[in-house]
Design a protein around this ligand. Structure first.
Ligand code: 9MG
Length: 277
């Protein structure tokens, strides 16, 4: 298993779980007060998450929620670039959540440390861009596309199918020239999965971790937690922290969360207990 994650100029040790803070730069995520106001709010939010101890910041300019409107390359870059520039001074490695090679090319040239691609570098040219860079890549599993993925997700064995997909994509990356210690895999909780699929994947996360790559788990505020608890997205902090903890206990090395401080506290309790049983 990789001991460090190499991402651009940074090397992140993996002996404790890393917390990736979510920074959405989509008008509906903050308020539609114009592009400048949205960027300013995202930068302030990123600063807060860095202050709470985020190890990585994941900046996204296009929502992947079911039914979200697609955005053009120009619009996505117009949203992301001021934020990428505005948070460089924080000294926290920045991941960019995108599926578009044109966006990847621009942000990699401007210092992005990781590409978080919910399509696992499916777009033509994406793989080659990562090979030519020194950034890390997060390869995520999704059945279908964000518009259709929750229509009727079906698997014979969800864990085996997700594991085999991620293993094959990671092997393609390595064959193309991306070093093992720049690759992260992610089962894609909520992306073309029912609540039952998500819970099965969580329970059997060690089988994904057995691929030998750091596993990223993203449960934060997701609708499965709403289905389990009956609570709206704004009221899923406790459920999100619980899911992050369960994922770490089953081998996740990175948790992608909206609530960095609470997640770090919970992980500190886990770390304090470990080794005492
Ligand atoms: C962008 N995005 C939303 N949820 C995510 C998840 O669970 N994993 C990754 N890698 N990205 C996500």
């Amino acid at each position: 298993m990789t001991e460090v994650l190499r991402c651009g100029r940074s090397e992140l040790p993996l002996e404790r779980p890393l917390v990736m803070g979510v920074v959405n730069v989509t008008p509906d995520s903050f308020y539609d007060g114009g592009r400048h106001a949205v960027a300013a709010a995202a930068i302030a939010h990123a600063r807060q998450l860095a202050g709470e101890g985020a190890d990585l910041l994941d900046v996204g300019g296009e929502s992947s929620r079911p039914g979200a409107a697609p955005v053009t390359v120009e619009e996505e870059l117009a949203r992301i670039l001021p934020v990428l520039e505005g948070i460089a001074e924080l000294g926290v490695p920045v991941s960019i959540d995108t599926t578009k090679p044109e966006v990847m090319r621009t942000v990699l040239a401007r210092g992005a440390a990781m590409i978080n691609d919910i399509t696992a570098l499916a777009a033509p040219g994406a793989l080659e861009l990562l090979v030519a860079s020194d950034a890390a890549v997060c390869l995520m599993h999704m059945q279908g596309s964000p518009r259709t993925m929750q229509a009727d997700p079906t698997y014979a064995d969800v864990t085996a199918e997700v594991r085999d997909f991620l293993g094959a994509r990671a092997a393609t990356c390595i064959k193309a020239g991306i070093a093992h210690d720049r690759i992260v895999v992610d089962p894609g909780f909520g992306f073309g999965k029912t609540v039952e699929h998500n819970l099965t994947l969580l329970a059997r996360l060690r089988e994904i971790a057995a691929l030998g790559f750091p596993v990223l788990a993203g449960w934060s505020r997701k609708s499965s937690l709403g289905r389990i608890t009956g609570r709206p997205a704004d009221d899923r902090l406790a459920a999100s922290v619980a899911a992050a903890m369960l994922a770490v206990q089953r081998g996740a090395k990175i948790v992608r969360v909206h609530d960095v401080a609470a997640t770090r506290d919970a992980l500190a309790v886990l770390a304090a207990m470990e080794g005492r049983a």
